[in-house]
Design a binder for this molecule. Structure first.
Ligand code: SF4
Length: 240
């Protein structure tokens, strides 16, 4: 299940270039203005019987159409953290490109991190990896994963995988999508196997190169095509 406490975003790095959530397509798919949504209190909303609407035991993935650590959300994030703390029976999955803002608005009782928070640092190229991942590893976070999406070039993650549970890789989607080369995907997989991290090839992207051939892949087939390649190593893990 997804929880979008706020929506709207602004481009931040190379991986944002073709994001649907700002720019010419913003009106259709999202917006440049960052606003709270009517789902803000979803994790703690209750029904007439006083029970949480979102049942415990599952995963609540957040901020796919925005970024949890946007400066515009600094005040709202305090309430978001309080809800996350209240719902210890849910796992919260937070994906971000702005890991350098992790410590802003962090709750006072954060300590070494909440057990039910799994933070995913997104890196699209080596430059982003070399800037964001040392910071990511330096912060008190109990559970970490890396998302190489959209994967824009070969990335060596080896130096950063020691305290990371999992890596997800995906190509870029859309009309102007940049190439995703299967060789790059396989190399990251090798790094994960060596480090003992689980690995998920989520989608091929719209422009996928394999065995020297570049092909355009229909958006509805990108996930199934990645799965059919049979390279995932999830050890029973369910992330989304
Ligand atoms: S941070 Fe994510 S949601 Fe925001 S513009 Fe970049 S890709 Fe889009």
């Amino acid at each position: 299940m997804n929880w979008e406490p706020w929506t709207g975003c602004k481009p931040y790095s190379e991986g944002c270039k073709n994001c649907y959530f700002y720019g010419p397509l913003a009106k259709r798919f999202g917006q440049n203005e960052i606003t709270k949504t009517d789902k803000f209190y979803l994790p703690v909303r209750k029904n007439a019987k006083g029970e949480y609407i979102v049942k415990g035991g599952g995963i609540l993935a957040t901020c796919f159409a925005t970024d949890f650590f946007l400066p515009e959300a600094d005040d709202w994030r305090k309430d978001a953290w309080a809800m996350i703390k209240e719902r210890q029976d849910l796992d919260f999955l937070i994906l971000t490109k702005r890991i350098d803002r992790f410590e802003v608005s962090l709750p006072e009782d954060w300590g070494e991190g909440y057990e039910n928070v799994n933070i995913g640092c997104t890196v699209e190229n080596q430059e982003a990896a070399d800037y964001r991942l040392p910071l990511f590893l330096s912060f008190p976070i109990k559970r970490r994963f890396i998302a190489c999406a959209p994967l824009l070039e070969e990335i060596d993650l080896s130096a950063y995988l020691q305290a990371v549970e999992h890596v997800t890789v995906g190509g870029e989607t859309g009309r102007d999508a940049r190439l995703c080369d299967y060789e790059w995907v396989l190399k990251i997989r090798e790094q994960c196997l060596k480090a003992g991290a689980t690995f998920w090839f989520k989608n091929t992207g719209s422009l996928f190169k394999m065995d020297g051939v570049i092909q355009k892949v229909n958006p509805y087939k990108q996930a199934s095509m990645a799965k059919e390649l049979g390279i995932d190593k999830l050890d029973g893990k369910k992330l989304f």
